[in-house]
Write a protein that binds this ligand. Structure first.
Ligand code: F0G
Length: 365
């Protein structure tokens, strides 16, 4: 059987690498595109979920990190740095370990989930908690990389965008063409930038590194719909948010680095960038777990929350093919599943060691 070789080797033709490149990979990409029956029924569309939690460190960041870490090695770097709301730091820590590089991660104190923090610790990163938000962390990380011998692996590094554009390639390769809509969460706005780049490349003839012209793979590009959390929605508001706030810590960002590129993806595709409330995010998180069988972290559900919101507003035509990227695994931040919608703690039933009692508790008798 074919063994997936990671996004660099699978898509070498379309990435800035050659046969001499020393590839750093944990086998990322090749994630499932899962049909979502309940969302499809709700919308009268064919809705698919690109389940990025299935990547090696549990988020889409791995697609970009294989490229960024490969670039770091090619540049002769000894250490890498990133700012992160958690997933980038988990990914950087893992890929730096394989590459034999030191890894420093700057995270907003108290605002990253325990699962993500545990990954960075397990992989031996130097973790600095900063008394500030993600935007402050990114500012420091950029300055560090300008003045000290550390290589920046945030998505402001173009290698990250190159790697992440493979998500769009996989969608088209699986469906046979681009979908009508692509929906995803927006935080620092690297991923919407990357998907749009990937879709555009696949819809046009492409000249690869070797100078060969590859045919267009898809007949069209999708309409891009991005969703920010309402308390951290600078692109929707049209100005930076100095104190971003949302339970979806992954996308708690007030001044996205790829702001202009996200607007370009929106405008060139005839799409939109809108916001969803924390309540809408948690409802979508529950919908995915309880109705589609897909467990994601809250921030990852922002795209689904956006689709549900716009369906209710009558903005989703029926009969369309819709792909939603769900960006990170539910085990990253599992506590939300242990809460009822009213905030009370879920308490599984306890009974004695007796088959009749268990059957009764299950309502079987
Ligand atoms: N979903 C998850 C689970 C994320 O971790 C992020 C970003 C996003 C969505 C938004 O993607 O930034 O490309 O618009 N997480 C970054 C991090 C900021 O540090 O892990 P984006």
């Amino acid at each position: 059987a074919h063994q997936w070789r990671g996004v660099i080797r699978e898509y070498a033709d379309r990435l800035p690498v050659d046969e001499n490149t020393q590839v750093v990979t944990l086998g990322e990409g090749g994630t499932p595109l899962v049909f979502a029956p309940a969302l499809s029924q709700l919308t009268g569309c064919q809705v698919y979920l690109k389940v990025e939690g299935m990547n090696p460190t549990g988020s889409f960041k791995d697609r970009g990190m294989t490229m960024a870490m490969t670039a770091a090695v090619a540049a002769g770097a000894k250490a890498v740095v990133c700012a992160s709301t958690g997933n980038t730091s988990a990914s950087a820590a893992a890929y730096a370990t394989q590459a034999g590089l030191k890894c420093a991660v700057l995270v907003p104190e108290g605002k990253i989930s325990m699962g993500k923090m545990s990954q960075a610790i397990a992989h031996g990163a130097d973790i600095i908690q900063i008394d500030g938000n993600f935007d402050n962390c990114l500012d420091v990380a950029r300055k560090l990389s300008e003045s000290y011998p550390v290589f920046l692996v945030n998505s402001v590094n173009p290698a990250r965008i190159e790697g992440q554009k493979t998500g769009a390639f996989e969608v088209v390769d699986f469906l046979g063409d681009a979908p009508d809509y692509h929906v995803l969460p927006v935080g620092n706005a690297g991923n919407i930038t990357a998907y749009w780049k990937g879709y555009k490349e696949y819809a046009a003839p492409y000249t690869n590194q070797a100078g060969q012209v590859l045919d267009a793979v898809s007949s069209k590009t999708p309409i891009m719909w991005g969703f920010q959390a309402a308390g951290a929605a600078p692109i929707v508001l049209g100005h930076p948010v100095t104190e971003p706030d949302t339970i979806a810590t992954a996308i708690r960002i007030g001044n996205p680095a790829s702001w202009e590129q996200a607007e370009a993806a929106r405008d060139e595709s005839g799409g939109l960038i809108d916001s969803v409330t924390d309540e809408e995010i948690l409802a979508a998180h529950r919908w995915l777990s309880a109705r589609e069988g897909v467990f994601v972290e809250p921030g990852s559900a922002a795209g689904v929350a956006g689709l549900i919101k716009h369906q209710a507003a009558g903005n989703v035509p029926t009969g369309k093919k819709i792909v939603i990227t769900v960006t990170g695994h539910g085990l990253k931040d599992p506590n939300w599943a242990l809460q009822n919608p009213d905030g009370s703690t879920v308490e599984p039933t306890k009974v004695g060691f007796d088959v009749v009692e268990v059957a009764t508790a299950l309502g079987l008798s």
